[in-house]
Ligand binder design. Structure first.
Ligand code: F6P
Length: 369
């Protein structure tokens, strides 16, 4: 067999470990492997590199992706110059198929999030043998219990919460730490719980200003003159909208979120007698080495992708369910976000140790009595 691999969408720790897992296991089966540069751009523009054992040796520890990535390259609506432009997206799926055939490929492994996997599914429907591998720090894909990159991001976010704790305590301040996660609050929730955050604000539980102020004041009354708020970038007030910082034309999801923590600081201003400060973690959460868990998960995903290829189970995506690796159909995996539910056990656990989610109207409804 000859297989092509690409990494698409936002990078995250563990991508290289998957590339290594797929490549090493493929080479041991006697297959040939090539890697397309910059996601689907490499497939459309026929820009690739041959991957041998040496190329993937030692990369399990490296963050980012040795293949490069793109969050806009889409074979069906190509916007990258010189072949396309944001104003005039072009359908370049035919040249993509031609490149696939001319290179003598038998299958494509697409490693990416919802956008990349949606394109993989479109290619599959048009006849390309494709296997998907789910990645995202947001951990928001419904067809797998966990995605690689999430644990690494969670470690960064938790360390940040730990670090602001001491400075918040010294100054009697409210420290607001903003995490990524798009429309799902997993990073904020778990970093908030692990870091002992006092208030956790999630996209899934729209906040009320009065509840956040009350939570800070209740702590003050108990002699705790500082508070830590962990807020997901997708959080919004009951009546408000999400905070959008940028619109990226040509991206499968053009909205870029960020800055809600400044709104929280503003609403607290002058209401609690405490000063507040904001830390927006941003891409720090996506950078650096993957954690041991993510290296383990990514290796398992890569090897499972090889098994699906060997069995010619195309149109499938590798997934981790319960305690094992498996394959599910890409079609069932895309366009379905896995979000935090207010009645989730871990939300209940946080409530039980006194954490506020900034809206007692919602959490009281589901609270374990
Ligand atoms: O989906 C991963 C993610 O890091 C989100 O958490 C974040 O909202 C977004 O990507 C940022 O995208 P970009 O790298 O394009 O700024």
């Amino acid at each position: 067999m000859k297989i092509g691999i690409l990494t698409g969408g936002g990078d995250c720790p563990g991508l290289n470990a998957v590339v290594r897992g797929v490549t090493k296991s493929a080479l041991r089966r006697g297959w040939e492997v090539i890697g397309f540069r910059d996601g689907y751009r490499g497939l459309v523009e026929r820009d690739y590199v041959r991957l041998g054992d040496r190329d993937v040796s030692g990369i399990i520890i490296r963050g980012g992706t040795i293949l490069g990535t793109s969050n806009t390259a889409n074979p069906f609506a190509y916007t990258l110059p010189p072949l396309g432009s944001a104003e005039k997206p072009r359908d370049l799926s035919k040249p993509a198929f031609k490149n696939f055939r001319d290179l003598g490929l038998d299958a494509l492994v697409a490693i990416g999030g919802d956008g990349t996997l949606t394109m993989a599914q479109q290619l599959y429907k048009k006849g390309m043998p494709v296997i998907g591998v789910p990645k995202t720090i947001d951990n928001d894909l419904s067809a797998t219990d966990v995605t690689f990159g999430f644990d690494s991001a969670l470690n960064v976010a938790t360390e940040a919460v730990d670090r602001v704790h001491t400075t918040a305590e010294s100054h009697n301040r409210v420290m607001i730490v903003e995490t990524m996660g798009r429309y799902a609050g997993w990073i904020a929730l778990r970093a908030g719980i692990a870091g002992g955050g006092d208030i956790i604000l999630l996209p899934e539980i729209p906040y009320r200003a009065k509840d956040i102020i009350k939570a800070v004041m209740d702590r003050k009354k108990r002699g705790k003159k500082f508070s830590i708020i962990v807020v997901a970038e997708g959080a919004r007030s009951e009546k408000g909208e999400m905070t959008v910082t940028k619109v990226v034309k040509g991206s499968p999801d053009p909205l870029r979120l960020g800055g809600v923590s400044y709104k929280i600081a503003e609403l607290l201003d002058g209401k609690t007698g405490l000063e507040s400060r904001v830390v927006v973690l941003g891409h720090v959460q996506r950078g650096g080495e993957p954690t041991p868990f993510d290296r383990w998960l990514a290796t398992g995903f890569g090897v499972m992708a090889g098994e699906l290829l060997a069995k010619k189970k195309f149109g499938r995506m590798v997934s981790f369910r319960g305690f094992g690796f498996t394959g599910v159909s890409i079609a069932s995996a895309v366009n379905k976000l896995r979000r935090v539910s207010p009645w989730a056990q871990e939300v209940q656990a946080a409530l039980a140790v006194g954490t506020s989610f900034g809206n007692s109207g919602i959490t009281d409804k589901y609270k374990n009595k």
